[in-house]
Design a binder for this molecule. Structure first.
Ligand code: HEC
Ligand code: HEC
Length: 413
């Protein structure tokens, strides 16, 4: 890939703001006032404004999840910033380098490369592991999941500077970011389109990142399609009954509610996937769910180690009860985002399932849900149960997200 740098030199711009000709005012901009910065110039940038406002899956609406709305121009600006390598000091790293679309916006490397080849200390998190990023992180049902493995950010606006300014990741400072964005012609257009002027500020950049990341959305896995059908088959009943019926289909509960409602099975699910659904519902779903309303626990110690090298939340709060506590992510699109866990220690889902079957360590903070009634930490799955669980995990994955063009890299170099 050929890198083309150009410096913004002696450009003398004279702007005539004509007011009925005779009252013309002239603003002269002197070259020495313009930022003298190097930028990496792409051959082309696709700034097509896509519609990020897609209707939410009906079953999610039925479960009370709010439909998020997006400003399409702002999300487009956010997308360009997300993929722009000019936002790293060495022009080599963008948000998209560590959050790859083909990997549900995670990284297939155990640790990600920041500037100068420096490696991150944690595995990059999938941004497409939620039905909709903005909805998932809103507090619509009184719960507010936090961001990052140790929960130290509460929004994309708080998280993005951590990557941009981190000397191992993108290595910038705000003046450098603003100067580069100012020097790149495509941002003139994008800022004008959003704000009516071309002023580049930290707040504007952060709100664009939030709008684009917030719009990342994926709601057409096999499980979504089946749950939509369950929801659709019971139109006309009360919200409460619909909620219960969808919940029962998801949990595999085998009974009927009311006199005129029958439980609708999950369409096109194989017997194996249904058995996997039952294992997932019994052993996993309280801490992980592709449906936000069904997740109860959002952070936990899941017994990876007795002595953690990285103590997660505990390294932020220093509380003994937080040692080894990490974010418990939703497992939507989980088949795309290997390797797994905060340090990417498991290369495959089979390894993850083996760990939950036989490898959970009795750490003092191990979450009670991971202890069996007899005190053991082993789930002891049979080889068949392991295959069933794996088959169900695949039904939560929608491969479209990996090439959905509205989220794709707009740059060509
Ligand atoms: C060098 C690789 C790298 C770059 C560049 C990077 N990230 Fe990340 N990202 C990570 C890692 C690693 C984590 C987990 C970090 C942690 O827990 O400490 C993460 C976590 C996140 C999260 C939290 C997701 C969740 O579910 O909690 C968001 C959001 C995010 N990144 C967005 C961005 C944005 C926006 C940018 C660009 C401004 C960016 N990242 C740049 C590697 C990177
Ligand atoms: C008590 C809550 C809890 C239960 C129950 C639980 N997990 Fe987890 N899980 C976690 C936490 C916390 C993490 C992150 C741990 C870390 O990285 O240190 C995690 C991580 C994972 C990951 C990796 C996610 C990623 O993006 O890297 C997978 C896959 C997973 N769990 C699958 C399962 C399965 C399958 C089950 C049921 C057999 C299960 N979990 C049960 C809390 C739980």
């Amino acid at each position: 890939m050929k890198k083309t740098f150009y410096a913004l030199f002696a450009i003398s711009v004279v702007i005539f703001a004509c007011q009925k000709e005779k009252n013309a005012t002239t603003l002269e901009i002197h070259p020495e006032d313009l930022p003298q910065v190097n930028v990496l110039s792409p051959k082309t940038v696709d700034i097509t404004v896509f519609d990020f406002n897609r209707p939410q899956a009906s079953f999610l609406t039925g479960l009370g999840a709010p439909q998020s709305t997006f400003n399409n121009n702002l999300a487009t600006l956010g997308k360009v910033l997300f993929y722009d390598r000019n936002l790293s000091s060495t022009y080599t790293v963008s948000c998209g380098s560590c959050h790859k679309q083909t990997k549900a916006f995670a990284d297939d490397n155990r640790f990600s490369k920041g500037i100068n080849g420096q490696l991150s200390t944690r595995n990059s998190m999938a941004l497409a592991n939620v039905s909709n990023f903005k909805m998932h992180y809103s507090s619509f049902d009184g719960k507010s999941p936090s961001l990052l493995w140790d929960g130290r950010a509460s929004s994309v606006g708080a998280q993005a500077p951590l990557a941009l300014l981190n000397p191992h990741e993108m290595g910038m400072d705000w003046k450098g970011i603003v100067d580069r964005v100012n020097a790149l012609p495509y941002y003139k257009l994008l800022f004008a389109q959003n704000y009516g002027d071309t002023e580049v500020t930290e707040a504007r950049i952060l709100s664009a990142f939030s709008e684009f990341v917030g719009a990342i959305s994926c709601q057409n896995s096999k499980l979504d399609i089946a749950l939509n059908r369950v929801n659709g088959n019971i139109v006309g009943t009360s919200e409460e009954i619909r909620f219960t019926v969808v919940q029962h289909a998801y949990y595999g509960t085998n009974d009927t509610i009311g006199s005129d409602t029958t439980i609708v099975p999950l369409k096109d699910f194989t017997i194996q996937e249904l058995r996997g659904r039952d294992i997932f519902a019994a052993s996993c779903t309280k801490c992980h769910s592709p449906v936000r309303s069904f997740q109860v626990v959002f952070e936990a110690n899941n017994g990876l180690d007795i002595n953690y090298l990285d103590n997660g939340k505990g390294s932020i709060t220093s509380k003994s009860s937080d040692m080894g506590v990490f974010k418990s992510p939703s497992l939507r699109n989980i088949a795309l985002s290997a390797p797994y866990m905060h340090d990417g220690r498991f290369a495959t889902l089979e390894e993850v399932i083996d760990f939950y079957s036989d490898g959970i360590q009795p750490h003092a903070n191990l979450h009670p849900l991971l202890r069996q009634p007899d005190g053991s930490t082993k789930m002891n799955f049979t080889p068949e149960q392991k295959k069933d669980l794996l088959a169900f995990l695949q039904t939560m994955t929608a491969n479209d997200i990996s090439h959905d063009k509205i989220f794709s890299d707009p740059f060509q170099y």
